[in-house]
Design a protein around this ligand. Structure first.
Ligand code: PGA
Length: 250
């Protein structure tokens, strides 16, 4: 089964009303009819602005960078999956390494967040990845399998509707990309883990690569058999770069 590729822009905590407007306008003007799915994930405060700028674009979907693990109620500062769904969000990044590290999110939190998103009809983009130290200690497979196992355990058949993003922590924002062979090796491990849970999930679930993917290296990463797209940070903030990555996924 061939999976339609997905290119997701993670804007992180960047942007302003003015900057978002010009970025989205440039993207819409240049994107044409890509052969892949495309999503942009602005900060929460700008979701409604970007939704309006996208104006129901059939080409670029709206995503969030996080979702609460709670349903609703007294959780000051949190934003629930149903609220995100209400304002037009179709994808939500969960378990990004920056949140695992700075907000102490555990595998269980991440699995619950993925469940909340699925229950609201939002596609969770579940991030997994090892630190440099874990890689050097030969722990890469163990770490990514442990992170994905929590989501599979809670998700049951629902996991056929998730997206996974393999993001080696040492490659994020550092300019050090995993080689296509390094990335493919981990993607194959994740694919096998999905297969052990369900053939259907293994066939359907898109596994994105993230970590210093850019206009120059996207094509060879995306040519790997188990790399089904990219989660793009820095290069998603520059329309020409992001558009080149989208074109490379065609
Ligand atoms: P980067 O970030 O492309 O800037 O390395 C990717 C990410 O953290 O999602």
């Amino acid at each position: 089964m061939s999976r339609r590729k997905l290119i997701a822009g993670n804007w992180k905590m960047n942007g302003s009303l003015a900057a978002n407007q010009s970025l989205v306008q440039e993207l819409l003007a240049g994107i044409g009819q890509p052969a892949c799915d495309v999503v942009v994930c602005p900060p929460m405060a700008y979701l409604d602005q970007v939704r309006q700028l996208l104006a129901g674009s059939p080409v670029i979907a709206l995503g969030a960078q996080n979702v609460s693990q709670h349903d609703n109620g007294a959780f000051t500062g949190d934003v629930s999956a149903s609220m995100l769904q209400d304002v037009g969000v179709r994808y939500a990044i969960v378990g990004h390494s920056e949140r695992r590290q700075h907000q102490a999110e555990t595998d269980v939190h991440v699995a619950i967040k993925a469940q909340r998103a699925l229950a609201a009809g939002i596609t969770p983009i579940v991030c997994v990845g090892e630190t440099l130290r874990e890689r050097e200690e030969g722990m890469t497979e163990f770490i990514v399998q442990r992170q994905l196992a929590a989501v599979i355990h809670l998700g049951g058949q629902g996991i056929r509707d998730i997206v996974v993003a393999y993001e080696p922590v040492w490659a994020i924002g550092t300019g050090k990309t995993a080689t296509p062979e390094q990335a493919q090796a981990v993607h194959a491990v994740l694919r096998a883990q999905l297969r052990a849970a369900s053939d259907d999930a293994a066939a359907r679930v898109r596994i994105l690569y993230g970590g210093s993917m850019n206009a120059g290296n996207a094509a060879e990463l995306l040519a790997q058999p188990d790399i089904d797209g990219g989660l793009i940070g820095g290069a998603a903030l520059k329309a020409p770069d992001f558009l080149k990555i989208v074109a490379a996924a065609g």
